[in-house]
Design a protein around this ligand. Structure first.
Ligand code: GLU
Length: 298
């Protein structure tokens, strides 16, 4: 993969099920932000966690994107093909003492009230060399800040040791945090537009970029949609799949929620015409920071 000059955006779905309306918002916002700036738009399938994946979901996601007219540039990248690369980076972080082995199980962490805020046990008591271990990366007590393109200034005071997070799991899988940072860098991604459920994760990604000497892309977090119960629309809580024969209607509705104010007459346009209109008229600063609960039952 080569680093592109100019704007490079991406959409990075996990193939845990079909795309739903919440995923369409993220795909559409990242697509339009890239196209409005004459940028490239890439697709990366984040298939790192086989037990959570649904057979056939990757192909279905790609077909749905094409059906909605969201055509990407270049080859689709599959994280499952990049494991050797992640392993090299983990080894590099271990060698640099920016990561360490951790043998604490979930239940031990729970017992010690250290599940969400690590107590540094394996830093002070290194595990036996042959123990089955996860790998944590270290967080320094920096104040991390970034200017979110949609949500405004964000900051996080890392708590030394307490915020050390997993980059390789005890069950042998690489963690999302590691793969996303390595791949955004390898694909030359300059701009990440995604759901605000990932806002807090961004600080961990900044920390890893710092460890690895990578430049930080610009980030914009769009508001997430909630269902009638106030839960995030997600594959886990069975958000309904996008209806491919209603692509224009759903694109129009998504544009409306993204604050782009499409004219109602555009509902009878083709998806290509609607996306062309949306690219020309894209106004990132009109995206609301939060969304009202969507009442349609999805
Ligand atoms: N794969 C993640 C998801 O489907 C998105 C990761 C990202 O955009 O950084 O929720």
């Amino acid at each position: 993969m080569s680093i592109a000059a100019g704007y490079t955006g991406r959409f990075a779905p996990s193939p845990t099920g079909p795309l739903h309306f919440g995923s369409l918002l993220a795909a559409l916002a990242s697509y339009l932000d890239a196209r409005a700036r004459n940028g490239r738009w890439l697709i990366r399938i984040e298939d790192l966690d086989p037990p959570r994946e649904q057979p056939g979901a990757s192909d279905q996601i790609l077909k749905t994107l094409e059906h909605f007219g969201l055509h990407w540039d270049g080859e689709v990248v599959y994280q499952s093909h990049r494991l050797e690369h992640y392993a090299e980076i983990v080894q590099h972080l271990l060698d640099k003492k920016l990561a360490y082995r951790c043998r604490c199980s979930r239940s031990e962490l729970k017992q010690r009230d250290a599940l969400y805020s690590y107590d540094g046990y394996c830093l002070s008591t290194p595990p036996d060399p042959d123990a089955e271990c996860a790998i944590r990366t270290r967080c320094s007590d920096n104040l991390l800040t970034f200017e979110d393109l949609i949500q405004g200034r964000q900051s996080w005071q890392h708590d030394t040791g307490r915020d050390d997070f997993i980059i390789f799991r005890r069950d042998g899988l690489f963690a999302y945090q590691l793969a996303v940072v390595v791949d955004d860098h390898a694909q030359g991604v300059t701009s990440v537009i995604r759901g605000s459920d990932l806002l807090d994760e961004t600080f961990r990604q900044l920390q890893l970029q710092h460890h690895l000497g990578y430049p930080t892309p610009e980030y914009g977090h769009i508001p997430i949609l909630l269902n009638r119960l106030g839960q995030k629309l997600s594959k886990q809580n069975l958000a309904p799949a996008l209806i491919t024969d209603q692509a224009v209607k759903q694109l129009w509705e998504a544009l409306n929620l993204l604050g782009q104010n499409p004219d109602p007459s555009l509902q009878s346009a083709s998806s290509t015409e609607l996306l062309d209109w949306a690219t020309t008229h894209w106004q990132r600063n009109c995206i609301p920071r939060t969304l009202a609960i969507r009442s349609s039952g999805s």
